[in-house]
Design a binder for this molecule. Structure first.
Ligand code: GCO
Length: 461
């Protein structure tokens, strides 16, 4: 087991260790204080979409246990908390009246963090689109981007003075491909035209939100959180390498290119451009606004091979088998090398600002036994991936912080509550929280940095 003290010593003193959550996954209180339904509430209520028909009505009841949970974060000794703000609490119909009671909750959250000396990293959109906006087509409609800008402005006007950082969106890849093409996440659409329309309007929403944030709260560093795919070709054949390039354009470039270069990727555009919505003059300049930071969420690599038959749409690849035998309980290959691969690849391709690892973690479903949770494999996952982060910093990649996903077990989207990612175990029947072995280890790591650095004695002679 990697000793947390020596691992901590490999990070610069100003490196930020934090924990992450998202509103829909933990808050519950789905109808409290003026909140209205989001697309995820609707999705959960449709049979066959979410395992066990689980929903977010109660989740971790975080909305009602805010202080207890902030104490828990404090107990873990971390410096920062990454949370998301629920749009349907703030503007319950997506447009129209603003719900002050919703803003009050996040006021208490932010003040509670400040009182405990915890830095606040807010995300404006972690997938809970107000359901009313589906009446106009949701993300496929340009009007949703305009609605998002107004929501962003509203949040920043109220909370901007106390935020240490803000992200516009969490994981555009999931919002677009997973939700509008593969149909696995809300709204469950499986249509390339829909996905391509959502793609451009989501990118535009990001850019418009950056403008709004900068005008309301110019001092708050703005970023975007991407689950960039660590694309690895199955073989070094030229066909597989070309497939990996196409996979890069589709899975990463569709977001990174407009945001960091102000254009859509060449082959992607040649293949799919005719089915995209109108890109109005000025859109790409808005999307291309300079960012203060970007966030990477990394869990597992994406291994691809060429699909010689080129069926269906670009990028004409097929999944290649995992290389590592080790898998987490959700079936994802454990491969820490994928983290260095994607960072090195992206910094080679783009001019990127400093990076935070905004999510990294593992699904293991161990339960409480005699008051404790022995999740040694999760601890090993954290140690191995953090070690890669330390190596990358050693190679001068500008990585400023790391957020464990997640603070506590929570609603794992289409998997419902059966898949657990927490450093803290949640018993959903009683809402009892139990810090797992990995959580105790992470706490030691995070607080090790508060101790004066002990250097090995140098012998004279
Ligand atoms: C994500 C999600 C999290 C997931 C986690 C594990 O941003 O993908 O933010 O909500 O729970 O990634 O799948």
């Amino acid at each position: 087991m990697i000793d947390p003290q020596s691992l901590a010593a490999r990070f610069p003193r100003n490196f930020t260790f934090g924990v992450a959550t998202a509103a829909f996954q933990i808050e519950g209180a789905a109808r409290a204080d003026g909140r209205k339904a989001s697309i995820w509430d609707a999705f959960c209520n449709m049979p066959g979409r979410v395992h066990n028909r689980d929903n977010g009505d109660v989740a971790c009841d975080h909305y009602n246990r805010l202080d207890e949970d902030l104490d828990l974060i404090k107990e873990l000794g971390v410096e920062a908390y990454r949370f998301s703000i629920a749009w349907p609490r703030i503007v319950p119909d997506g447009t129209g009246p603003i719900n002050e009671a919703g803003l009050d909750f996040y006021d208490r959250l932010v003040d509670g963090c400040k009182a405990r000396g915890i830095k606040t990293f807010a995300t404006l959109y972690h997938w809970d689109l107000p359901l009313a906006l589906m009446g106009d087509g949701g993300w496929t409609s340009r009007s949703t981007a305009i609605a998002f800008q107004r929501y962003a402005r509203t949040v920043m006007a109220r909370l901007g003075d106390r935020l240490d950082s803000v992200a516009t969106l969490n994981e555009p890849w999931c919002i677009i491909w997973l939700s509008h093409l593969y149909g696995i996440h809300a709204p469950g659409e499986k249509n390339m035209e829909a996905a391509l329309h959502a793609l451009h309007h989501l990118n535009l929403a990001h850019g418009l939100a950056v403008e709004a944030i900068r005008s309301e709260a110019p001092h708050v560093p703005v970023g975007l959180v991407l689950n960039a795919a660590s694309v690895i070709p199955e073989t070094q054949s030229s066909a597989d390498k070309a497939a990996a390039e196409r996979a890069h354009e589709f899975h990463n470039g569709a977001f990174f290119d407009p945001v960091f270069k102000g254009e859509y990727p060449e082959h992607f555009l040649a293949a799919l451009g005719p089915r995209m919505p109108v890109i109005e003059d000025g859109d790409l300049a808005i999307i291309n606004a300079k960012l203060d930071w970007w966030g990477l969420n990394y869990y597992t690599p994406m291994r691809v091979a060429d699909d010689a038959e080129k069926p269906g749409d670009f990028p004409w690849t097929k999944a290649a088998p995992p290389v590592s035998e080790v898998k987490t309980d959700i079936g994802w290959e454990v491969f820490p090398g994928g983290l260095s691969h994607v960072i090195e690849d992206l910094y080679r391709r783009y001019e990127l600002p400093p990076c935070y690892i905004t999510e990294n973690g593992a699904c293991y479903n161990m339960e409480v036994v005699d008051g404790a949770v022995d999740d040694t494999p999760r601890l090993a996952y954290y140690a191995d991936h953090l070690s890669v982060v330390a190596d990358l910093i050693g190679k001068n990649y500008p990585i400023k912080g790391y957020f464990a996903w997640s603070l506590m077990d929570n609603f794992e989207w289409a998997e419902g509550y059966r898949m657990r990612f927490g450093l803290v175990h949640v018993d959903y029947a009683t809402q009892k929280r139990t810090v797992k072995k990995s959580g105790l280890w992470y706490a030691e790591l995070a607080s090790a940095r508060d101790q004066p650095t002990v250097r090995p004695a140098v012998s004279a002679s």
